[in-house]
Every structure is written in C-alpha cells, then in structure tokens.
Design a protein around this ligand. Structure first.
Ligand code: 5GP
Ligand code: ZN
Length: 136
C-alpha cells in the first residue's frame, strides 16, 4: 500500500516532527490553516476513525491534550481547534487517520466553520430514534 502518512509516520520520508513515541508522530502540516498547524499520525495504518481501535483512539486524544497544552504555551495562542475528518464528504484527503492540531490567534483569518441551519422537529425525532436504536 502506498500511503504517504505511513511513510512519514515511520520516518521513511522526513517531516518537521514536534513529538514522537512508539505509536505516534506529530508533524507540521505542509499547508497550515494557521501558524503551527500540526497533525497527529499513528504509526500503524488506519484509514479513519472507524478502523481505529478504541485503545489507540484514547491514546490519540490524550496526546492531543498534551500537544494542545504545550503548543498553547509555546506559541502563545488565543484559541485552539482539534479537527478530525473522515471520508471525502467530510473533507478527508489523506486516508490515514490523523488529527489536526490548529493553534488559533485573534484575527488569524483561518475561518473554517459551517453555516448553521435550523433543527426541525422531524430531523430531531428521526435522528434521535435512529441513533439510539443503533446504540442499544
Ligand atoms: P485531511 O484533509 O485529510 O483531513 O488533511 C490532510 C492534511 O495533510 C492537509 O492539511 C494537508 O495540508 C496535509 N498534508 C498532505 N500531504 C502532506 C505531506 O506530505 N506532508 C505534510 N507535512 N502534510 C501533508
Ligand atoms: Zn497509512
């Protein structure tokens, strides 16, 4: 399998590395939304959150918390986004699980978000009943 993030995470292709341990590498994104935008990559290949084992997901979020604290202190950020995309419809372009760590600064103009709609009664009832049925 030819996966760019497998190669970067395992050191076959060099990348600006903020942190590394046995299971993860944290690299600087080559197309940053704001100064310091970085990515948490697991060293093993999982395409998305659905493939990611629970234990790895827990460790990834603990690492996100550690990195958010360190980067906020080091870069004197005003805010911080953690973003994780699954599937092309959700904006995923590299199909190796990753978490975006995005330092935010007042007036940085990064401005990603969504246009809020309205929660209709029909959507509320449908979503509640369908998701709760699957969770049971
Ligand atoms: P996605 O859209 O899949 O959530 O995010 C993919 C991210 O990976 C993008 O922000 C993009 O800039 C970054 N990216 C893609 N290829 C490379 C690469 O080869 N090196 C680095 N450092 N970042 C990459
Ligand atoms: Zn991979």
């Amino acid at each position: 399998m030819d996966c760019i993030f497998c190669k970067i995470a395992n050191g076959e292709i060099p990348a600006a590395t903020l942190y590394e341990d046995e299971e993860f590498r944290v690299i600087m994104d080559m197309g940053p939304a704001a100064k310091g935008h970085s990515l948490i990559l697991p060293k093993e290949h999982y395409a998305n959150i659905y493939e990611l084992p629970e234990e790895k997901a827990a460790k990834a979020f603990l690492l996100a918390k550690k990195m958010a604290g360190a980067m906020t202190e080091a870069l004197d950020t005003d805010g911080f986004n953690i973003v994780q995309n699954n599937g092309s419809a959700a904006g995923q372009t590299v199909f190796h699980f990753h978490m975006h760590l995005i330092p935010r600064y007042e007036k940085d103009g990064a401005g990603f978000g969504w246009n809020p709609g309205n929660l209709s009664d029909a959507d509320r009832d449908e979503v509640l009943s369908k998701v709760k049925r699957v969770l049971q």
